[in-house]
Design a protein around this ligand. Structure first.
Ligand code: HEC
Ligand code: HEC
Length: 131
C-alpha cells in the first residue's frame, strides 16, 4: 500500500517536472547575434545597447522593429530594420579599430574593447559628418 503511494507520488512529480520544462523551453530561445559573443550576459548586452542610444542620440527603435502582433513590444532578435545591419558594420569596424591599433590585454574579448567607441565619432549624432 505504502509502496504504491510512493510510486504514484514519484510519477506525479516527474509529470509536473516535464510540464515545467515544456513551459520554460520557448524562453531559452537562442539569440540572433552575429557580432557580439553568443555567451554575452543579459546585463552586458543591455549596457552595450544603452551606449548605442547615447552615442547616436536615438531610441532602441532606431535599429529595432516593433512586434506585429504586440506593437507595444519590440522584437529585438528581428533583422527587419535595415539600420540594424548598418550598425553591425559599424560594430565590426569599431572592433577592428581597437584590435588593430591599440594595446589591449589579449585575454580580453575584442568585442568589449572601448578605446575607440561609437561615441568617439558620433557624439550624439546618428549621421556624423567627416569634416
Ligand atoms: C544603433 C543600432 C542599435 C540601437 C540603437 C540598439 N540596438 Fe540592440 N542591437 C543592435 C544590433 C546590431 C544587434 C545585433 C548584434 C549582433 O548581431 O551581434 C542588437 C541586438 C540586441 C538584442 C539581442 C537580440 C537577440 O537576438 O536576442 C537586444 C535584447 C537588444 N539589441 C536590445 C536593445 C535595447 C534594449 C536597445 C535600447 C536601449 C537597443 N537594443 C538599441 C543594434 C542596436
Ligand atoms: C571611426 C568613426 C566611427 C565609429 C567608431 C562609429 N561610427 Fe557609426 N558612423 C560614422 C560616420 C562618419 C557615419 C556617417 C556615414 C554616412 O553618413 O554615410 C556613421 C553612421 C552610422 C550609422 C547610420 C548608418 C550609416 O551607415 O550611415 C549607424 C547606425 C552607426 N553609424 C552606428 C554606429 C555604432 C553602433 C557604432 C559603435 C559600435 C559606430 N557607429 C561607431 C563613424 C563612426
Amino acid at each position: 500500500m505504502r509502496r504504491n503511494k510512493i510510486l504514484v507520488l514519484a510519477g506525479m512529480t516527474a509529470f509536473v517536472m516535464l510540464g515545467v520544462a515544456a513551459v520554460q523551453a520557448p524562453h531559452q530561445q537562442e539569440r540572433n547575434l552575429k557580432v557580439l559573443p553568443k555567451d554575452i550576459s543579459d546585463q552586458k548586452l543591455d549596457s552595450i545597447m544603452q551606449t548605442y542610444n547615447k552615442a547616436l542620440g536615438v531610441k532602441c527603435e532606431f535599429c529595432h522593429v516593433k512586434k506585429k502582433i504586440f506593437p507595444g513590444d519590440i522584437d529585438y532578435a528581428a533583422d527587419t530594420e535595415p539600420m540594424k545591419e548598418e550598425a553591425r558594420k559599424m560594430m565590426r569596424m569599431t572592433i577592428e579599430i581597437n584590435k588593430n591599433n591599440f594595446w589591449y590585454n589579449k585575454s580580453d574579448q575584442p568585442e568589449y574593447l572601448k578605446t575607440v567607441t561609437c561615441n568617439t565619432c558620433h557624439r550624439g549624432d546618428p549621421f556624423p559628418e567627416g569634416h
